[in-house]
Design a protein around this ligand. Sequence first.
Ligand SMILES: [Zn+2]
Length: 149
Amino acid sequence: MLCPYCGFDDSKVIDSRHFDLKIRRRRECTKCEKRFTTFESIETEMPELLVNKKDNTFERFNRAKLIQSMSIAVKKRPVSIMDINSIVDEIESYCSANMMSHITSAQIGEMVLDSLKKLDPVAYIRFASVYHDFSDAESFISLINELDV
Ligand SMILES: [Zn+2]
């Protein structure tokens, strides 16, 4: 917190008061001893999560988009929107727990596949076939063979 008078970066807090989601602090610069007021947010702001795509461009992590792509895979399968939401929650909390500012689309794909594999083999195969973009039947069959179903 820089002093607005002299730019010094150390100040002591004289008084703190909460206003809704903000804290109002009276501070005194330890250098010039002038007093100033700051308002700080209480909520911990999540760093923006970026997705590093295959073509090496970045885009903002888009929850709705991921949910939509999974919805197609789980169509008419016993996987609920709650299940899908919790998979996305897991990915988000994994990233925030590890203080990640970006994740690759490949990592997201693998995490989704891991979760779907446990939930429903058909949804898993559907998602995998879109995700891996199989160009030959052989690799698709080998993926199915890996499944213990
Ligand atoms: Zn100062």
